[in-house]
Design a protein around this ligand. Structure first.
Ligand SMILES: Cc1ncc(COP(=O)(O)O)c(C=O)c1O
Length: 385
């Protein structure tokens, strides 16, 4: 049916031609070439616009997002420190393991996975644990398509004097972020989601308060230490270790694409993509996950697979027969929901229409009474911004 492959998974995402070509740029020597250092410093300031960071420092480190997430915890949590963990999703919950692995004591909210975190629950947890040093939260918990109110979480956490550590891996470059005015101390982004670059670069914003805490915690490792970046890059203008030039050129080009389109336009396009994906799933008769569109991310939409349908078989059919890759999920949602990513270049009416045509066709092949054409039309017609 379709001759071209289409990747509609919520990261890694398709790498556009411009970004691919950026990686072919001749390398010099990242440690010795002053022009490369200037390029990196300029890249930091362009990345800062996506974070909404005027005061926080922005670093781009080589390693996928897990590096940034672990670095955030390693540098701020010492033995016995209490951390409130907003656990309404796979990655939200996983923060508890990270905290534990650095000797910290996670206090999980026990929040529902079907909706964004209740700020009242967070407030009550902080009242009961006034000694908590930090709150961790995931902006978009990709496996359940959940969107938490990051500004609200930060406001509550800050009123108790706790540091705010936020995973913005699958929202940066697609959903507004204002880390400084919201009070997010460390935000961690990834390259392979809405930025449409290859995996392998962690983007981090770090507030002065977080850096101050890192000095007190004094994490003894090297690769993940924020103090190394402070004392080498910020103090001496030298990288703490060799960075990957091609990957940074890719991220730079990806950020240029976002800034050229304009942040406001990019954000509206992602909201339109969410409406389109919700309409597509609705036309196929599937129940959305989470329940409300406002609690669902502008970068990915999830829906429950109908009773009796083998989710892996459905995806396999969409890929093998219709050349369209959609995603399942992880953890407790594995086998129960399917997901369509609409991040960066995926957030387009054509691509979403095609995704729902393919998904609907695969459902029909499995004997379900659905109209793929209706689903595609619903997605197209809802994509307005
Ligand atoms: C919300 C979120 N956080 C963290 C990660 C981990 O990112 P990486 O695989 O780049 O380490 C992912 C990856 O899917 C994610 O969706």
């Amino acid at each position: 049916m379709f001759s071209e492959r289409l990747i509609m998974t919520p990261g890694p995402t398709e790498v556009p031609y411009r970004v691919m070509m950026a990686m072919t740029r001749q390398e010099t020597n990242s440690d010795l070439d002053p022009d490369f250092l200037s390029f990196y410093q300029d890249l930091r300031s362009r990345a800062a616009r996506l974070f909404g960071a005027a005061r926080s420092r922005v670093y781009l480190m080589i390693g996928e997002a897990m590096l940034g997430l672990e670095s955030a915890i390693a540098n701020t949590v010492s033995r016995g420190d209490k951390v409130i963990v907003v656990d309404n999703g796979v990655y939200g919950d996983a923060f508890a393991d990270l905290v534990r692995s650095y000797g910290g004591v996670p206090v999980k909210l026990g929040a529902s996975w079907r909706r964004a975190v209740d700020l009242g629950d967070l407030e009550r947890a902080l009242e009961r644990n006034r000694d908590a040093v930090a709150v961790t939260v995931v902006h978009c918990d990709t496996p359940s398509a959940m969107l938490n109110d990051l500004a609200g979480v930060a406001r509550v956490a800050k009123s108790f004097g706790a540091l705010v550590i936020a995973d913005v891996v699958s929202t940066i470059g697609a959903v507004p972020l204002q880390v400084d005015s919201w009070g997010v101390d460390i935000a961690i982004g990834g390259s392979q989601k809405a930025l449409n670059a290859p995996a392998g670069v962690t983007l981090m914003s770090v507030s002065e308060e977080a850096m101050e805490r890192a000095r007190r915690v004094s994490y003894q490792g090297f690769y993940m230490s924020l103090l190394q970046w402070d004392s080498w890059l910020d103090s001496k203008g030298v990288f703490p270790y060799t960075v990957s030039e091609p990957l940074l050129y890719a991220v730079s080009e990806a950020i240029n694409m976002v800034l050229e389109e304009g942040l406001d336009k990019v954000y509206s396009r992602h909201l339109a993509a969410r409406r389109a994906a919700w309409a597509g799933f609705e036309a196929l008769g599937l129940r959305h996950y989470p329940d409300l569109m406002e609690h669902s991310s502008p970068t990915v939409t999830a829906a429950e697979v109908p009773e009796g349908v083998d989710e892996a078989r459905l995806r396999d059919l969409a890929w093998r027969k219709y050349n369209t890759m959609i995603a399942g999920s992880w953890g407790p949602l594995q086998g129960k929901v399917i997901r369509v990513g609409h991040m960066g270049v995926q957030a387009s009416p054509e691509k979403l229409a095609r995704a729902f045509l393919a998904l609907g066709s695969a459902m029909r092949d499995l004997g379900l009474r659905v109209s793929p054409e209706e689903a595609a039309r619903a997605a197209l017609e809802s994509f307005r911004y």
